[in-house]
Design a binder for this molecule. Sequence first.
Ligand code: SAM
Length: 161
Amino acid sequence: MIDYMFKPIGIIRTPHVETSQTPIQPVFAKGIPGTVEVFPEYVDGLMDLDKFSHLYLLYYFNRAKETKLKVKPYLEDELHGIFATRAPHRPNKIGISVVKLLKIEKNILHIEDVDILNGTPLLDIKPYIARFDTRDEVRSGWQDEIQDDTADVRGKKDYKE
Ligand SMILES: C[S@@+](CC[C@H](N)C(=O)[O-])C[C@H]1O[C@@H](n2cnc3c(N)ncnc32)[C@H](O)[C@@H]1O
């Protein structure tokens, strides 16, 4: 099996500098602003992106040093397989966040709802498309057992404005 190498297409800038104070998902990071700097050679690829309200950002968890195949996720103190969680310590350390797009100025995307550390390398951008991405009947495994108020408290971690 060959290895693959990715070249970042940009960099994500956010107010988050400490993992312990970074919310665990965009849904727990409502209104937290950030920007995405897309490197100039990729700017043509942004054409028409401003017509979308939400984006998937795919990025590299550059501050996750270890790989673990079983983890206790932030919302629970039980072990789960890494692929049944969104934890950063995955073999390929790829993160995915659905963020709100506010506006685009040249190569800078202004976004909101960020759960990403400052300086994170950006690998890809895809538009969130309701027709493709919304599902009606969903099972969410161990997450279905977690009460909303517990998720809300643990999901925000120690984020301070
Ligand atoms: C549970 S992960 C989920 C991230 C993403 N929404 C996902 O589903 O892939 C969110 C946590 O990853 C950590 N994190 C964010 N950016 C990171 C980075 N560049 N390197 C390592 N950890 C990071 C933060 O501690 C944050 O609370």
